[in-house]
Design a protein around this ligand. Sequence first.
Ligand code: PLP
Length: 393
Amino acid sequence: MSKECVPKDLDLDIIVQTIKTALPSEQKIIPLHEPYFGGNEWLYVKECLDTRWVSSVGKYVDLFEEKLAEFTGVKRAVAVVNGTEALHICLKLVGVQPNDEVLIPALTFIATANAVIYCGGVPHFVDSEFSTLGLDADKLRSYLREIVEIRSNECYNKFTNRRIKAVVPMHTFGHPVDLDKLAAVCEEFYLELVEDTAESLGSYYKGRHTGNWGKVSAVSFNGNKVITTGGGGAILTNDSEIAKLAKHITTQAKLPHKWEFRHDMIGYNYRMPNINAALGCAQLEQLPDFLEKKRQLAKRYQRLFSNIKGADFMTEPEFAQSNYWLNAILLAPEYKEKRDELLTLTHEQGILSRPAWDLMYTLPMFTACPKMDCSAAESIAGRLINLPSSVNL
Ligand SMILES: *Cc1c(COP(=O)(O)O)cnc(C)c1O
C-alpha cells in the first residue's frame, strides 16, 4: 500500500511538543496539580503549634468560614474534614432518605456517587454535554418527562417506584454547568439542587460564584484542589437555619454548654481541625492570585493548541468564568484510540497527564444503578486528557 492511501494520522509528537512548550523547561517531572504555599502558611500553622490549638477548638475555623463565605458570596460556610463528607451532609440536609434516587453525572469523581450511597440512596446516572463536560439539562428534562410521575409534589421514578429527591451537578475541572437551565428542571420536577462545587472554587456562573444555586453545596480543599487545607471541605448555604443545622450535625450534635456533654441527635465528627483551617486562611489570601496564574496558563495552552488539528483545548463556557482547575484537551473522535499512546508519551517526558475518570456506571458497585443514555459522557471520557495545571507553572 502506498503512503498516500493511509488516512492522515494524528501527530502525537507535535501534541507532546505543544504541551512541553506551554510548560517550564527546567522542571524534570511536572505533576498534574501541586499545592503552592507562598504566603502566611508557616506563620499561621506555627501559631497553632505554639498555642497548642491544633484540633477542634481555635480561632482559625471561624475565620476560615467567614473568609470563605465572603469570597463565595454565600451567607454561611461550615468547614468540615473533606469534600466528600461535605457532600454527604449536604444530601442529608436536603432530605435524601434511604432508597431515594439522586441524579448525578456519570462523568464525575467517585465521591459524588459515594455520598449518595452514604445516605442509603441510589445514584441515577445522567449524561454530560460537550460544551461544559457537566450535566446536560435539556437531555435530563426530556428524560425525566419520560420516566417520572409527580405524586403530591414529589418526583417518582415510574419504573423503579422510588422517589427521586435531588440533582447533583458537578462543575467539571472548574467549568460551570448551565445552572439556570438546571434550576428550571429542578423546579419543574420538584427536585432539590445540590451543587458539587468541589472543583469550582473561584468559578463563576453569570457573574455569581458557583455554589449559590441550591439550598446547599459542597467544596473540597484536598491537596490537589485550587487551594488546600491538607484535607478539608465546606458546606455553603444562603439559609441561616440550614447553616446552624450543618454546624450541629458536623460537630457530634453537641448542645453548647461549658461542661455538659449532651447530644440531641445522631451527629458526625466532621469538623475541620484548627490547624487545617489555619492553612486554609493562608491559602484563601492567595486565591485571587492563584486564579490569575491559572488563567494565564490556560490561555497559553489555548493559544498553542489553536493551531493543532485533532486536539481541542477545553475553554470556559460563554456564560461562565472558570477557575481552570484542571486543563484538558479533547482528541477528535476519530483519534480516540490514540489516547493511551499519548498518555504514555507524555509520562515518558515527565508530564504527568491523566485520562478522565471511568464513568460511574462501569464500576462494579454501580452497574445495577439506573441510568439514562450517556453517549456524550462516553465519548468525552474516551478521548479527554488532563494537562498539568499547578499554580506555579
Ligand atoms: C475532590 C472532589 C470531591 C471530594 O473531595 P475530598 O475533599 O477529596 O473528599 C468531590 N467531588 C468531586 C467532583 C471532586 O473532584
